[in-house]
Design a protein around this ligand. Structure first.
Ligand SMILES: Nc1ncnc2c1ncn2[C@@H]1O[C@H](COP(=O)(O)OP(=O)(O)OP(=O)(O)O)[C@@H](O)[C@H]1O
Ligand SMILES: [Mg+2]
Length: 246
């Protein structure tokens, strides 16, 4: 009985099988050496499989990205370095906190970082991107079909989470508890979290302006301090620049 065909990545190439057939049926002919190694364009080559994973991950990224940010590219060196760590092993990356005033490109860089991870073709790519106000809307009692607890657990466990515009909402006791659970659980599981915020992580001492630490509380601030790559984006409001060009 013939051996059953398998779809294994290590199957001999079509050329190798052809040459084996020729040799079997024409004993006078000796097949020359065959380079049986798959090329990057063939199944079996690691690069072929990386590209397949990247194409799949990018299609997920495209589904999640708002239309305005479809061309986002991470350009800041600290952000690209963070994305590269996350692509290699997302449990190694820690949190990424992008601070800066309005229109400095935080959301653009955040989606760009997620795109860079997708392009690397990681073993697993699953992401949720939401603004903090949207998240709190969904997590309010009655705010989601499957129930708030189900939604919060999903946000806690998804491999990649972007929480855009954190701190713009006035935190009620309830939203504060949801944020604490989310950050704490991702911290415990060493899952990455990208946060963008208009607040500095910590205002200079003596400066009474609000900062992330005072808004989120000391327990969360301590976790953020341990695990975060903080990148401050400064410069003008890019939206004004774009308007004056057009
Ligand atoms: N590197 C870039 N190249 C091209 N366009 C950019 C770049 N960075 C930002 N933009 C554009 O500039 C505008 C402002 O960027 P973005 O929305 O990322 O700012 P932001 O810091 O998140 O602002 P906010 O604090 O209001 O949320 C957007 O239209 C965005 O598409
Ligand atoms: Mg933004």
């Amino acid at each position: 009985m013939p051996e059953p065909e398998t779809l294994s990545e290590n199957r001999p190439s079509a050329l190798a099988r052809l040459m084996a057939g020729v040799t079997a049926h024409a004993p006078g002919i000796t097949a020359g050496p065959v380079n049986d190694e798959p090329t990057p364009d063939e199944p079996g080559h690691p690069e072929y499989h990386r590209r397949q994973r990247a194409a799949f991950a990018l299609s997920r990224w495209e589904t999640a990205v708002p239309y305005r940010y479809r061309d986002s590219t991470a350009t800041h060196p600290a952000i690209t370095a963070w994305a590269d760590r996350a692509a290699t092993d997302y449990r190694d990356a820690g949190f990424l906190v992008l601070t800066g005033s309005i229109g400095t490109g935080k959301t653009h860089q955040a989606y760009g970082a997620l795109r860079r991870i997708a392009e690397a073709g990681p073993k697993r790519f699953e992401m949720i991107a939401t603004t903090a106000p949207d998240m709190y809307g969904r997590l309010r009692p009655g705010g989601s079909e499957k129930g708030t607890e189900h939604d919060l657990k999903r946000l806690c466990r998804v491999p990649l989470l972007l929480l855009d515009d954190l701190g713009t909402e006035k935190l009620s006791e309830w939203t504060e508890e949801a944020t604490t659970r989310l950050v704490n659980e991702r911290y415990n599981e060493c899952l990455p979290l990208i946060i963008t915020t208009n607040f500095p992580v910590r205002a200079p001492s003596g400066d009474p302006s609000p900062d992330l630490v005072t808004r989120l509380g000391d327990r969360l601030a301590s976790r953020l301090a341990q695990t975060s790559t903080v990148v401050h984006l400064d410069g003008p409001d890019l939206r004004r620049g774009l308007r004056s060009v057009s």
